[in-house]
Design a protein. Structure first.
Length: 145
C-alpha cells in the first residue's frame, strides 16, 4: 500500500500526516509506504513550517528531514491512495488530472489548515490527523487481509 497525503503547500498538514502515519505503520510493522506533497509550488524545496516541526517533535514524530514537493500527474500512477487534506486541496488537484479514472484513488479528509493560527491550531491539527490515521489504518487493514 502506497499512501500520499496532499495539502496546499506541503509544510503543515500533509507533513504531519506523513510523519504520524509513518510512525504508526512502523510500530505495527506494516509494509506500507507513505509520502506527502502539495498542490502549489510556493514552498517547494522548503522544510516544514517550524510550528509543524515543533508539534511533531512534541509528539515523538521526527520530520526534520522533510522537504516540500509539488504534486505531479505521475503521482496518480505511483500511489494507491491519495488523501487530500481539504476540499480546496481537491479543487487544486484537478489541474493535474488527465483522466477522470485517476480520481478513484482520491479521498478528501477535511483537516483545518493551521497556517493562519497559533501553536494551538497546530496542536489541534496534529490530534485530528493522529485520530484520522488510526481510523485509516483500521479501514485499510479491513480491506486488505
Amino acid at each position: 500500500m502506497k499512501i500520499l497525503f496532499t495539502c496546499l503547500g506541503n509544510i503543515c498538514r500533509s507533513p504531519i500526516a506523513e510523519g504520524v502515519l509513518r510512525k504508526k505503520i512502523s510500530a505495527l510493522d506494516l509494509p506500507w509506504q507513505v509520502a506527502s506533497n502539495g498542490t502549489n509550488r510556493f514552498h517547494k524545496g522548503e522544510p516544514a513550517d517550524p510550528r509543524t516541526i515543533s508539534v511533531c517533535k512534541k509528539n515523538g514524530v521526527d520530520i526534520n528531514s522533510h522537504i516540500a514537493r509539488r504534486f505531479k500527474t505521475s503521482d496518480f500512477k505511483e500511489y494507491d491512495l491519495i488523501i487530500c487534506m481539504a476540499e480546496d486541496v481537491f479543487d487544486e488537484l484537478q489541474q493535474f488530472v488527465t483522466d477522470n479514472a485517476q480520481l478513484k484513488k482520491v479521498v478528501v479528509k477535511s483537516i483545518k489548515d493551521p497556517w493562519y493560527g497559533n501553536q494551538d491550531g497546530f496542536d489541534e491539527c496534529y490530534q485530528a490527523i493522529a485520530n484520522y490515521c488510526d481510523i485509516l489504518i483500521d479501514e485499510i487493514r479491513a480491506l486488505k487481509p
